[in-house]
Design a protein around this ligand. Sequence first.
Ligand code: CU
Length: 157
Amino acid sequence: MVGLPNKAAALSLAFAVALAVGACGDSDDGAGAGAPSDSTSGSGDHAHNETTTLSTFPPAEAETTVAVTMRDFRFEMPTTVAAGKVLFNVTNEGPTEHEFVVFQGSKQVAHLDSQDRNESGRLAVVLPAGRYTIKCLIGSGGARHDKLGMVQNITVE
Ligand SMILES: [Cu+2]
């Protein structure tokens, strides 16, 4: 602390304490200096995680291919799908960004990253027979897309 005025020193100490305590948010990180970056904020601002609990497989091994079109705000896709190695070819015809999240009951079991307008993505998952729900969890204008109609029940048999 060479030549640091007492007031500044006290302030920086206060900052350090605040950082060490790790108080919830609001410090604007202006201090910066070597503060440990804390990734445990646990804010969970996006409603789902990225996990896929269903088995995946190389797309070339697909037994069934399902074409899905995402629009504002619905999924266009078959409602019955054969069980087994299913490849979803998902195209977003927008205009809004959308994603393709597979649920079994309230549990997320597979997830395709969000697609911008005119983008396509593929999701290869081994689907056991059962009932599933496809949702888009992206929100725009305060309403999540599944609440606007982007929810589709499918039966795998
Ligand atoms: Cu969406």
